[in-house]
Design a protein around this ligand. Structure first.
Ligand code: ITT
Length: 198
């Protein structure tokens, strides 16, 4: 695909995963820094899809190039679907990824219902106003303690039952083959192929 896309994310873990997955699928991407379009977008929507579109449109406008955004999060059954769209802000500004994982394990102490899923909404905005959207989901469970140091965010506490491992114990390729982000980006690239043929 000849067109270049800006990845509308400031999360280095996400950026690395999105870049690897999209490059494999033949989509050429650059970071917001490379595009000279580092915009801080306030996530004011209440859905993953809504926030992804906000980010894609803002970076597309700033860069003058098509932009692809990802809004994602961890939804835990025993926490009524939380932290969900607030996953990046869980526990407030002062916490880092490790602090948020610890807080989650604390909130889940004594809980026997451990089911959870990651959701990823991908949005793409083009300078002509066109947009594309896709979503992906990965089901799993919250571990009782962190395992592995791969990935980012909640990866060490997210167990994938069929692998018997957390996302943190998987290689980037193993994770992307089954992850919410891998599925959402694969669905997106299929839609993109159809769109670009028109
Ligand atoms: P951008 O908005 O700049 O892309 P962000 O980190 O703020 O970065 P989100 O608002 O989409 O992104 O928040 C997603 C959070 O959900 C992220 O910070 C992680 O804590 C968590 N998360 C999403 N996908 C994940 C994954 O694959 N592995 C682990 N944690 C993930």
């Amino acid at each position: 695909m000849a067109e270049k896309f800006v990845l509308a994310t400031q999360n280095p873990g996400k950026l690395a995963e999105m870049r690897a997955i999209l490059s494999k699928l033949g989509v050429e991407v650059i970071s917001p820094t490379e595009a000279g379009a580092e915009v801080n977008v306030e996530e004011t929507e209440t859905t993953f899809a809504g926030n992804a579109m906000l980010k894609a449109k803002a970076i597309c406008a700033a860069a003058g190039l098509p932009a692809i955004a990802d809004d994602s999060g961890l939804c835990v059954d025993a926490l009524n679907g939380g932290p969900g769209v607030y996953s990046a802000r869980y526990g407030g500004e002062g916490l880092d990824d490790r602090g948020r994982r610890m807080l989650l394990l604390q909130a889940m102490r004594g809980q026997t219902t451990r089911a959870a899923h990651f959701t990823c909404a991908v949005a793409c905005a083009f300078p002509n106003g066109d947009t594309l959207e896709a979503e992906g989901r990965c089901d799993g469970a919250i571990a009782f303690a962190p395992l592995g140091d791969g990935g980012f965010g909640y990866d060490p506490v997210f167990l994938v039952p069929e692998k018997g491992k957390t996302f943190g114990q998987l290689s980037p390729e193993e994770k992307s083959a089954i992850s919410h982000r891998g599925k959402a980006l694969a669905a997106f690239v299929e839609k993109l192929g159809t769109y670009l043929k028109k």
